[in-house]
Design a protein around this ligand. Structure first.
Ligand code: ADP
Ligand code: MG
Length: 213
């Protein structure tokens, strides 16, 4: 089927309403490709430039597959910087405007850990974090990844450039094997393809050449 609007994507009414409030009229090319694949449980290794709408591409299917009654982290997004954590969390918050039962928490270093621990205790469904601080919470047992069914490595090439590979691999060892793994990156160099081979299951390679918003 050709997808021309968000209503062709089998999304729930609260998400469709939020998208409409956000002024998103139609899915971007990466969203058209990625959302149906992710809703069907497929892994993706996606290459697309900045500004092509990758956040919503993985955020929407993750939200739709979240169980609000399960008070545990079910979606884990790893990204390289505090600024990105905040930006991604803000996009989730807009998408969740009519789903106040789902809680999102950005977790990054340089911010007091106590507040993060308090929030985690109150119940977080979707966690967006930088690798170092996520590992810190795992070590303190203030974050459990045993209910995570979707892991996203966002800006994967940048994370590897910053030396996060060992942290990422360590974090992935705490996530159940029965999960979906998504990699988004501006480029797909060899180390990323290695991570893809090691941690993804039969991934669909999705490439968007140019920014076409
Ligand atoms: P990327 O992660 O690929 O760099 P983002 O997910 O940050 O891109 O999206 C870039 C901008 O485009 C954001 O401001 C986002 O809210 C907006 N955007 C995303 N999808 C759409 C859409 N379908 N229609 C209009 N704007 C969109
Ligand atoms: Mg992005």
């Amino acid at each position: 089927m050709t997808i021309s609007s968000f209503s062709d994507l089998d999304l729930s009414p609260p998400i469709l309403r939020a998208l409409s409030d956000m002024g998103f009229e139609e899915p971007t090319p990466i969203q058209k490709q990625a959302i149906p694949l992710l809703m069907a449980g497929q892994d993706i290794a996606g290459q697309a430039q900045t500004g092509t709408g990758k956040t919503a591409a993985y955020a929407i299917p993750g939200i739709e597959r979240c169980k609000e009654e399960l008070r545990a982290v079910q979606v884990l997004v790893l990204c390289p910087t505090r600024e990105l954590c905040v930006q991604i969390a803000a996009e989730y918050t807009r998408l969740l405007k009519y789903r106040k039962d789902i809680h999102v928490l950005p977790i990054y270093g340089g911010q007091a850990i106590d507040g993060q621990i308090r929030e985690l205790k109150r119940g977080v469904h979707i966690c967006i974090g930088t690798p170092g601080r996520i590992l810190d919470h795992i070590a303190r047992t203030t974050l459990s990844l045993s209910n995570v069914h979707l892991v996203v490595l966002d800006e994967a090439d940048q994370m590897l450039d910053m030396g996060f590979r060992p942290d990422i691999e360590s974090i992935l060892s705490y996530v159940p094997r029965e999960r979906q793994t998504v990699i988004f990156s501006a480029t797909l160099p060899k180390p990323i393809l290695q991570i893809s081979r090691r941690y993804q299951r039969d991934p669909e390679m999705v490439r968007i050449a140019h920014k076409e918003l």
